[in-house]
Design a protein around this ligand. Structure first.
Ligand SMILES: [Mg+2]
Length: 436
């Protein structure tokens, strides 16, 4: 059987086929450097903006991270594999780019995601419908988000924006709550000794007794430390404990009644999801439109989770407005989304899309309703932040500008010192965007 899908011939007839891919790396400032277990986000997000152009002149948008580095070459290199194919042919796109055997040599899940976003954007524009209508239709108009709290380095001169102590963390949380309306707070940990971080977490719980909480030390803890953390947060309003330790079996050793374990590290594909179904190690599956290779794989995984009563949430691996739109369309169609989504978005000072940053209202962001992803690029912002990338270059996500030479082990014992008020002044941090 060699019959071509009907959509392919239909699309080829009228020029709705992929002709070119434009890629632009941008560097968009964050309010302050965000510290995490592996390193830091160095005062900015480096993201690669993908524009897939059809022969008849339509443009679909995608976005990809890169660990602080550009992903331009990786995306551009896929053009020979997809040139001439219809954006409708999303299942064929998967096998052109992500053949599972070939992926042993070239793992292209994240590049596939960027192209899948752009193809869905194109198809939606072509049909005049938002992406969520292509995915079954939205069950909610707004997606709720958790505040995403990080320990942060302060301004090198004034110290402003620092989050290191429980008092600073509470002040920062209160400001975010007042500005955006968050009622769920996620603390990114793995920076300081977990005993200190749980002191901070408990202080949050006491300061915001009506809000719910999550702690995510990025799999930095040993099993023993994870069990100690689980003991100490018992009885608080925990949504879940996220990736305390590494590995499915590590998580299984920590899992206990009354405390859900969530992961965005060890169930990020269907093989791992199947393993977790056969041998339950984690409870909550955090669906990331990049890690899972696109929006559609996340929808498929959510269906599996719905059947098996595995809770889900929408994960953030860092985003500008295009990626955020993918998260919003995903969140819009998941009937079993009972937890707030994560986003780094409120740490950004600007965006590359028309209108700038999408607003939060009562801790939620409206699902775009325009055709396709429903967002468009602002050429001036794109040029401004592409220039910023050319000026600043990339940065290593897995290094900390405040601790030169440091790198973590897993599980780690190399904690930062919470009494150390170092404010790194590395040129790569670029505070100039704040006018300093
Ligand atoms: Mg996580």
């Amino acid at each position: 059987m060699t019959a071509a899908p009907a959509t392919r011939s239909r699309a080829r007839d009228d020029g709705f086929v992929i002709e070119n891919i434009r890629v632009t790396t941008v560097s968009v400032p964050l309010e302050a450097p965000l510290r995490h277990a592996i390193g830091a986000h160095w005062k900015r997000f480096v993201r690669t903006i993908v524009e897939v152009e059809t022969r008849d002149g339509m443009v679909g948008l995608g976005e990809m991270g890169g660990g602080g580095q550009s992903a331009e070459d990786a995306i551009r290199g896929l053009l020979p594999l997809v040139k001439g194919m219809s954006p409708f042919d999303l299942e064929l796109l998967r096998f052109r780019i992500c053949n599972p055997t070939a992926s042993l040599y070239n793992n292209r899940a994240q590049q596939h995601a960027a192209l899948e976003f752009a193809c869905l954007d194109l198809v939606g524009q072509r049909l005049g419908v938002p992406v969520h209508d292509l995915l079954g239709g939205r069950v909610r108009d707004r997606v709720p988000f958790a505040s995403y709290l990080f320990f942060r380095y302060g301004h090198p001169s004034s110290g402003e924006f620092e989050v290191r102590t429980p008092e600073q963390l509470i002040d920062h949380t209160r400001a975010l709550k007042e500005q955006h309306g968050f009622t769920v707070h996620k603390l990114k940990g793995g920076v300081f000794d977990p005993e200190y971080e749980i002191d901070c977490y408990q202080a949050l719980a006491a300061a915001f007794p009506d809000d719910s909480l999550r702690y995510d030390p990025n799999a930095a803890l040993s099993i023993a430390q994870s069990l100690r953390v689980a003991d100490r947060i018992e009885g608080l309003r925990n949504d879940y404990l996220e990736d305390p330790t590494w590995g499915l079996q590590g998580m299984k050793a920590v899992r206990r009644p009354g405390l859900l374990l969530a992961t965005n590290t060890v169930v990020v594909n269907f093989e791992q999801l199947a393993s977790n179904v056969l041998d339950r190690c984690v409870d909550v599956i955090l669906l990331d439109t990049t890690f899972w290779g696109g929006i559609r794989p996340c929808v498929k995984a959510a269906g599996v989770c719905e059947t098996l009563q595995l809770p889900i949430a929408v994960h953030s691996s860092g985003e500008l407005g295009i990626q955020l739109a993918t998260m919003l369309h995903l969140g819009a169609v998941l009937s079993n989304l009972t937890f707030s989504a994560d986003a780094h978005y409120h740490h950004l000072l600007d965006d590359v899309i028309d209108g700038g940053l999408m607003p939060y209202v009562d801790g939620t962001i409206a699902v775009p309703t325009g055709p396709g992803l429903g967002v468009t690029l602002d050429p001036d912002r794109l040029a401004k932040y592409a220039d910023a990338y050319r000026r600043l270059g990339g940065y290593p996500y897995d290094r900390d500008p405040g601790r030169p030479g440091w790198f973590p082990l897993v599980p780690t014992t190399r904690w930062a010192d919470p009494t150390d008020a170092t404010r790194p002044d590395d040129p790569g941090l670029d505070w100039s965007e704040l006018g300093s």
